[in-house]
Design a protein around this ligand. Structure first.
Ligand code: PMP
Length: 280
């Protein structure tokens, strides 16, 4: 078990890692985060995740005191201390501690960095499993492109999915287009054999796994388009899958109780998943 966490300069047992009651991440979700996957000495898409973290910090004007190099040293130390071979790291930076006040105008708080390592069972070589999903109205704020810890609509969507025996909630916008999953990007392979995922239009998170898979698809001569698609197009497509740092490429075989291609996992999803693991 990964017992050692990191909190504001200190490596400590997770039981003792306590957040101050006036942390702005706690009060307002005034914090950003990343999750990076790790397997036997290799962080998947490390640069992409760290660059996105620094971009998120910039987008909400958090003046972070550590460099990318300093951050890397802490991350590596934490993995060593926990002796984890297969798992992920959760990295969070909040604006810091201050008396409760919505505004951060003229506030000079020191950002608080926290990290937790999770150990997971290595399932890369297991038989690939398809999952069920359920659609939900996308009622999030207008900046889902920023990776903040303010995730209540995502929390509700994922819970609703689980209550309905589904793995993921897929957000649908007010025009009937798919935006993304509650914690993933969504892809389809349509009947023209085109691989589609929504373009980076401010309505989705710019997924790091999405970017890597898009590159694989292009390099391997798949017809790949970054273009939004409707819920109906998704339900009629040959394959649907999701991508994220924790779920890699996961086929979706049923949505809203409708089976995709008779509930059989498609070969392109499997191929892309295998390519993903081969890269690292
Ligand atoms: N969209 C949302 C809303 C997410 O929470 C995530 C996972 N963090 C993703 C997409 C996938 O992003 P990534 O591939 O960088 O994990």
């Amino acid at each position: 078990m990964a017992n050692i966490s990191y909190i504001d300069g200190v490596y400590c047992n997770i039981q003792n890692a306590k957040i101050h009651i006036n942390d702005r991440g706690y009060h307002f979700g005034d914090a950003v985060y990343e999750v990076i996957f790790y397997n036997s000495g290799v962080f998947y898409d490390y640069e992409g995740h760290i660059n996105r973290l620094f971009n998120s910090l910039k987008l909400i004007n958090i003046k972070f005191h550590l460099s990318k190099q300093q951050l890397k040293i802490i991350i590596k130390n934490l993995f060593k201390l926990n002796r984890v071979n297969f798992g992920s790291i959760y990295i969070q930076v909040s604006r810091g501690i201050a008396d409760r006040n919505h505004s951060y105008f003229k506030l000079n708080s020191k950002p608080i960095l926290t990290m937790i390592v999770s150990q997971k069972k290595n399932n890369i070589d297991d038989d690939i499993k398809g999952v069920k999903a359920i659609t939900v109205f996308d009622n999030r704020w207008s900046r889902p492109d920023i990776k903040t810890t303010q995730l209540l609509p995502n929390v509700l969507a994922k819970t609703y999915a689980n209550q309905n025996h589904a793995y993921e909630g897929i957000f649908i916008d007010h025009e009937g287009y798919v935006t993304e999953g509650s914690s993933s990007n969504i892809w389809i392979i349509n009947n023209n054999n085109e691989i589609l995922t929504r373009e980076i239009d401010g309505k989705i998170l710019s997924g790091i796994t999405r970017k890597t898979i898009a590159q694989f698809a292009k390099n391997n001569n798949f017809k790949m388009l970054e273009k939004k698609f409707t819920k109906d197009e998704m339900l009629e497509s040959k394959e649907v899958f999701l991508t994220s740092a924790s779920s890699f490429v996961t086929p979706i075989i049923e949505i809203d109780n409708i089976k995709i291609s008779n509930g059989i996992i498609g070969k392109t999803s499997i191929e892309l998943r295998n390519l993903y693991f081969k890269k690292f």
